[in-house]
Design a protein around this ligand. Structure first.
Ligand SMILES: *[C@@H]1O[C@H](CO)[C@@H](O)[C@H](O)[C@H]1NC(C)=O
Ligand SMILES: *[C@@H]1O[C@H](CO)[C@@H](O)[C@H](O)[C@H]1NC(C)=O
Ligand SMILES: *[C@@H]1O[C@H](CO)[C@@H](O)[C@H](O)[C@H]1NC(C)=O
Ligand SMILES: *[C@@H]1O[C@H](CO)[C@@H](O)[C@H](O)[C@H]1NC(C)=O
Ligand SMILES: *[C@@H]1O[C@H](CO)[C@@H](O)[C@H](O)[C@H]1NC(C)=O
Ligand SMILES: *[C@@H]1O[C@H](CO)[C@@H](O)[C@H](O)[C@H]1NC(C)=O
Ligand SMILES: *[C@@H]1O[C@H](CO)[C@@H](O)[C@H](O)[C@H]1NC(C)=O
Ligand SMILES: *[C@@H]1O[C@H](CO)[C@@H](O)[C@H](O)[C@H]1NC(C)=O
Ligand SMILES: [Zn+2]
Length: 798
């Protein structure tokens, strides 16, 4: 699935003020924290169960007794292929209900004698065949056991068929069902999306199967390892078009029945069915037909052009990067008016929110364009990693999503080489999740298979740790192995397991082989030993470099140092840490912190480019050397180092002033000759920084304060005037470019009083301007003044 945008909504991070980028993470932090708490509090299971299973009262824990009580399928049956016919009705029936009807035949192999067929089904009404929900037939000449009874289980979402005698191991059978479901507007399974076009309400039938909703469209073995071939037919009105994973094969006469080429062997969660009156634009590479689908007006207004433009280079990039051809003959991407996630990587038919695929050169911001590129690159990365080779079970979701979240930047960078996407955005991921993972309540990337079985537990896996820490840790791995070695291991993994399922250690094995086949590449432990420290225990270390004593130490970093870590770790919260570092401005050989120490008089800058997933602290003297170095030669540290330096400066700066002002001198603020500058998204980032400062410097909790909505990166300046709210919180005033005294001021509005603290610090502005090419407009235009009106800041002066 694409990025989970509800995180980024509040915490879309700036590229202008790197430091602020780091600071803004605190928003994501509180969001994630609340989510986590909500999840922990929601008690699993609704207790309701099927007709013949014993249902426990909701208050006592449920103990599974019979096979259909378990959330995981028994291992005795394995699907080979399905024939699925679906007929969505885009007009309500006499009860005002939008429905679909369908039938499905699944051919499966029996691996172990059993008199029970358990297959997922949810929210479907079945046609009865002599009192049974299904019909069983032999696929070849096998004798077919008669059905004894059949029923549905609501809690575990199964159709259960009890047979009078046993299916025989090795034999193939076919189970046929006919059913009806609601095309609800719940964004799950086969669902309905509505939009207005020229004042008319239009309906699209579309789908979202990941993680456990395919069972709402037709009965299926709905686990990622139950790969099969799907022969799909969709019945629809002649004036609509039907799309699915395969290419359209034939259209019935009159054009109402669309049959699709059989899919490759694939998982149910990657299926997609769509009926709409959308139109498309297309291009192709030598082997792949590429289409972008959207509402007619969107296509007519050329809003799909950009997506079409970048898809081709991105696909070509991955073919080369993975050394593996795109596995399908077509690549459809469609923009849906109602869509839950940012996007979903259905194999061959990727679904997107409109804002994640469409780009209007006249109306959209640069930020939108960047998002489109990234999301497309993310979803297309899954076509191989995730779709061609699929993780066995959802507990390894972090590898699937972390991987796509990492390589999306490589793909996007290839398509838009001038944007420096790699620099900006990986950092966003890293900084964002460093804040979340620094909580004692965080959790390891990797979970045990048995810890994740209920649909709710599976959905919980789609969190920022999986996406962002997954990406950060894989990036670190790629950095210490070097990218060519990483890519070689990856390619051998993909080629070995094509159309199959894996567990995460399979990837480590193939990366290890790539390491072993690379003379001169030395890593101090095996890939798996190193990575286990990062994936099996939560959190990350802070590495303290003491240049006085020459020691380097590591310690589990906790946002609140007093918090109690309840979760034990087999590694005692120590890590094998690859440290890229610089001395006197020169890159040094990668250093592995296993148990060694480093010494030296020269200033040291560790974790250059933030390539490792950890924080760095230094002795005060070294901080001083770093700061003076930064002041005299801004290029000496790659800008990525500064975000973390900055954070420490906030703590290490000595306050030289602590003035309490009854209020800001109004006359000074109100300079009528200066035009008030619109409070752009840029300044709302400053407000984000204030929140962090509240936590770090003042120990205040501002989680209830109302923040101006964001949604943009500083690079694109929109002229929205958003009032800057100024409740009990502080604002950070960065010095102007040319200001000689290098102060950072913190103006707080606390308990109806305005206080100001000024810290003597270094200037980041020149560095940032250099690196990020801030429009000249902004050079030296940090906020100088705020005008308060009724205790609210109403205007900012740059
Ligand atoms: C689906 O199509 C494949 C290839 O044409 C065929 O071998 C298979 O039997 C079909 N499956 C079903 C359930 O009809
Ligand atoms: C399944 O439904 C399709 C479309 O309604 C129909 O043509 C087909 O005959 C049905 N298959 C069976 C086995 O009933
Ligand atoms: C399925 O059956 C239930 C109970 O009879 C009914 O309320 C529901 O509307 C039916 N669903 C459809 C799509 O017809
Ligand atoms: C196109 O497909 C053919 C056969 O599948 C393959 O040999 C060839 O390498 C592909 N070409 C490209 C550019 O992917
Ligand atoms: C797409 O590419 C074409 C050809 O390079 C170019 O003219 C057009 O401006 C591009 N469209 C967008 C929206 O980037
Ligand atoms: C963790 O600490 C325990 C007790 O001090 C020790 O026995 C064990 O070897 C340590 N494990 C690691 C991986 O350092
Ligand atoms: C840091 O990143 C820059 C730009 O991406 C790159 O040129 C440089 O080689 C990197 N440095 C290290 C030590 O990886
Ligand atoms: C007011 O703004 C103008 C133009 O920016 C500047 O020249 C002038 O010095 C300012 N006056 C005060 C009192 O800050
Ligand atoms: Zn994804």
């Amino acid at each position: 699935m694409g990025k989970v945008y509800h995180f980024s909504k509040n915490a879309v991070l700036g590229t202008l003020v790197l430091a602020v980028t780091a600071l803004a993470t605190i928003i994501a932090l509180s969001v994630a924290y609340h989510k986590e708490r909500a999840n922990n509090q929601s008690k699993p299971g609704n207790g309701a169960s099927g007709t013949s299973s014993t249902s426990a009262p909701p208050t006592t824990p449920f103990t599974p007794k019979v096979p259909w009580d378990y959330y995981r399928l028994p291992k005795g049956l394995k699907p080979e292929s399905y024939n699925v016919n679906l007929w969505p009705r885009l007009k309500p029936n006499s009860d005002g209900l939008y429905i679909f009807t369908g039938n499905s035949t699944v051919v499966f192999r029996c691996l172990k004698d059993t008199d029970l067929i358990i297959i997922h089904a949810n929210k479907l009404n079945f046609t009865n065949f002599k009192g049974m929900h299904a019909k069983l037939s032999s696929h070849h000449e096998e004798a077919v056991p008669a059905l004894q009874k059949s029923w549905l289980t609501a809690r575990t979402e199964y159709l259960v068929v009890q047979l009078q005698s046993k299916l025989k191991a090795g034999a193939m059978y076919a189970l046929h069902t006919e059913f009806m479901g609601e095309l609800a507007d719940d964004l799950e399974g086969f669902y309905r999306s509505e939009y207005l076009e020229n004042g008319l309400k239009k309906i699209v039938a579309t789908s979202q199967m990941q993680p456990t909703y395919a069972r709402q469209a037709f009965p299926c073995f709905d686990e990622p390892a139950m790969k099969a071939i799907f022969n799909i037919t969709i019945i629809h009105d002649p004036d609509t078009v039907a799309l699915s994973n395969g290419k359209e094969k034939s259209h019935g006469v009159p054009v109402k029945v669309t049959t699709f080429e059989p899919t490759e062997k694939m998982s149910t969660y990657l299926l997609a069915f769509i009926v709409s009156d959308f139109i498309s634009i297309e291009s192709s590479t030598s082997n792949i037909s590429i289409r972008i689908w959207a509402r007619r007006t969107a296509i007519d207004n050329r809003q799909g052009d950009y997506a079409l433009n970048v898809t081709k280079p991105i696909l070509q990039f991955y073919e080369k990067y993975y050394s593996s051809n795109y596995p399908l003959s077509k690549s459809d991407q469609i923009a849906l008016p109602d869509f839950n996630a940012g996007a979903m990587e259905n194999w061959g038919l990727v679904t997107y929110r409109e804002t994640a695929l469409l780009y209007d050169p006249m109306l959209s911001s640069t930020e939108n364009k960047e998002k489109v590129t990234n999301v497309i690159a993310h979803e297309l990365a899954h076509m191989w990693f995730g779709n061609l080779v699929t993780l066995h079970w959802w507990n390894d979701l972090w590898l699937n999503e972390g991987f796509a979240s990492y390589v999306e930047y490589l793909g996007a960078d290839y398509a838009e080489p001038t944007w420096n996407i790699k620099d900006n955005n990986i950092l966003n991921d890293v900084q964002k999740v460093l804040a979340i993972d620094a909580l004692a309540s965080s959790h390891p990337l990797s979970r045990k298979e048995e810890e994740v079985s209920k649909p709710a537990e599976i959905s919980e896996m789609f969190n920022s740790i999986s996406y962002n820490k997954g990406a950060a840790v894989l990036r670190m791995l790629s950095e210490f192995l070097t990218e060519p070695v990483f890519a070689r291991g990856l390619s051998s993994y993909l080629n070995t397991f094509a159309f199959k399922n894996t567990v995460y250690t399979d990837l480590w094995d193939h990366l290890q082989q790539a390491v072993d086949n690379t003379p001169g590449l030395d890593i101090p432990r095996s890939v798996s030993e190193i990575m286990n420290r990062w994936t099996l225990q939560m959190g990350f270390p802070v590495v303290t470099v003491d240049t006085q004593t020459g020691t380097v130490t590591q310690k589990h970093f906790l946002l609140d140092p007093d918090s109690v870590v309840g979760r034990p770790s087999q590694f005692n919260y120590t890590w094998f840490i690859p440290i890229k570092w610089m001395k006197n401005g020169v890159d040094q050989q990668q250093y592995w912190l296993l148990d060694k120490t480093v010494s030296g008089e020269e200033w040291v800058l560790a974790n250059t480019n933030v390539s490792g997933f950890f924080r760095v602290n230094y002795d005060l003297d070294n901080w001083g050397r770093l700061l003076s170095q930064l002041n005299t030669n801004h290029q000496v540290s790659h800008v990525h180092g500064c975000g973390s330096i900055y954070k420490h400066i906030i703590r290490h700066c000595s306050a030289n002033k602590n003035t309490e002002l009854s209020q800001l001198d109004q006359s000074e603020c109100r300079n009528d000759t200066a035009e008030p500058v619109a409070v752009s998204q840029y300044s709302s980032m400053l407000v984000h920084s204030c929140v962090l400062l509240d936590k770090y410097v003042l120990g205040m909790d501002t989680s209830n304060s109302i923040l101006p909505s964001t949604g943009g990166r500083g690079r694109h300046l929109e002229q929205n005037r958003t009032p800057l709210r100024h409740g009990n919180k502080c604002c950070l005033f960065l010095p102007t470019f040319k200001q000689p005294d290098r102060k950072i001021s913190l103006v707080c509005y606390l308990n109806n009083k305005i206080t100001m603290k000024t810290y003597i610090c270094i200037i980041f502005a020149p560095l940032l301007i250099k690196t990020y090419k801030i429009p000249a407009f902004f050079a030296g235009k940090w906020i100088k003044k705020i005008i308060f009106h009724q205790n609210k800041a109403t205007s900012l002066f740059f």
